[in-house]
Design a protein around this ligand. Structure first.
Ligand code: NAD
Ligand code: GLY
Length: 375
């Protein structure tokens, strides 16, 4: 961890992937430099901006302006907001729009939005003309600390989330923290679950810092840049060591196996946002680890206390709508992509900041634990 930064200083985090290395530029107002940074990386390239309609209404003009200021020609493709746009139909529409706009191999895509747009536009960029460069301009907290970094791109199949996709790294990530000022509080809090996750999985000091400074992160003070930079540094290190998730990158899934099951049961809807499911999933991962004698009950309570303080769900009873039954939850957990040869793979913990991959978790033990939680 480093000392909090002054808001005027952009922080640059490097993702060290050899000839595919790129910068994550973090700071209030960094969007203004988007055009000149693109021009320096790809002189003469034209840009196709992909945005969702809500983000376009708020921020597209600024992005267009930043590109025009550096004489980067741009066109745009606006899709409906929400997870529903990570589908074949929107993917096709965006690909065809890029081709119609005569975007060539040496041009690029700018993904302007949250994780939905980053995943969709990144996959479009990976696919059109066998691979175009793309730049991530993440506009949600979740996207700034997680989805815009690391090159996972995808759309959903009717059979499951993120099943059609590619690893395709961006050439630049511009995380302008001022863009988060327009984000609804509920979306900000959901993204905060992914922020806390970095502390929980590998940085106890950062988690303690968040416990004392989370209000500043929410309020947009210097703590916001600091928190985003810490998360991006942590993710950059993991991605550089394990780009294709053959090992430690799986730690980033802390809270996701339990979380995905509840998110899927809620139909990937506004009833339970992804980050909210991750918050509940992190608490369950700590409680399950405590039940196995790996972590202390005190650590689990501390995690729940902090996430509840910021307004996130931490118990099954916090969820709105019908609660899924145990059979449905176990089916959803078994469908999760982290199942290998019938054994369940979970990210478990020994303490705050000490997560590890456990690939031998007995399904019966998980069922008994969830049955207790549901009772
Ligand atoms: P999102 O992209 O749907 O954005 C959430 C909502 O906020 C949308 O309605 C959007 O229009 C609105 N919004 C975005 N920025 C705004 C702003 N600045 N001001 C006002 N409104 C704004 O959701 P998300 O939570 O950012 O991302 C979730 C998606 O990310 C999921 O599809 C998930 O699978 C994916 N994801 C991908 C990775 C990865 O590594 N690729 C990691 C985590 C999550
Ligand atoms: N969000 C998990 C990953 O990027 O691996």
């Amino acid at each position: 961890m480093t000392a909090p930064l002054r808001p005027s200083e952009p922080v640059i985090v490097k993702v060290g992937l050899g000839d595919r290395a790129y910068d994550i530029v973090i700071g209030r107002g960094v969007l203004r430099t988007l055009g000149e940074r693109i021009k320096a990386l790809r002189p003469g390239a034209r840009a196709a901006i992909v945005a969702d309609a809500s983000v376009a209404r708020l921020h597209l003009a600024a992005v267009r302006g930043a590109l025009a200021a550096a004489q980067v020609e741009s066109s745009d493709i606006v899709v409906p907001p929400g997870e529903g746009s990570k589908n074949y139909a929107t993917f096709e529409k965006a690909c065809e729009a890029l081709i119609a706009a005569r975007i060539e191999r040496n041009d690029l895509v700018v993904a302007l939005g949250g994780g939905v747009i980053g995943d969709l536009a990144g996959f479009v960029a990976a696919s059109v003309r066998r691979g175009l460069d793309y730049v991530q301009v993440p506009t949600t907290l979740l996207a700034q600390v997680d989805s815009s970094v690391g090159g996972k791109t995808a759309i959903n199949s009717p059979q499951g989330k993120n099943l059609i996709g590619a690893f395709h790294q961006p050439i630049l990530v511009m995380a302008d923290t001022a863009l988060l000022d327009t984000l609804p509080k509920r979306e900000f809090a959901a993204g905060y679950a992914e922020v806390a996750k970095y502390g929980l999985l590998g940085d106890a000091g950062f988690f303690a810092w968040l416990e004392s400074n989370w209000q500043d992160v929410f309020a947009g003070g210097p703590g916001r840049e600091h928190a985003i930079a810490v998360c991006c540094r942590a993710k950059a290190v993991i991605v550089a060591r394990d780009e294709r998730e053959t090992g430690e990158r799986a730690l980033l899934n802390l809270g996701h196996t339990f979380g995905h099951a509840f998110e899927a049961a809620a139909g990937f809807s506004q009833r339970l946002l992804h980050g909210e499911a991750v918050a509940l999933g992190c608490v369950l991962a700590f409680e399950f680890s405590a039940r196995r004698g790996l972590a202390s009950a005190d650590a689990a309570s501390r995690v729940a206390r902090h996430l509840a303080a910021v307004g996130l769900p931490t118990q099954i009873k916090d969820l709105s709508g019908p609660i899924p039954d145990i059979d449905r939850l176990m089916t959803l957990i078994a469908q999760d992509k982290k199942v290998k040869r019938g054994r369940l793979t979970f990210i478990l913990v020994r303490d705050i900041g000490e997560a590890f991959v456990a690939d031998d978790v007995d399904a019966g033990e998980v069922r008994a634990f969830l049955a207790e939680k549901l009772s």
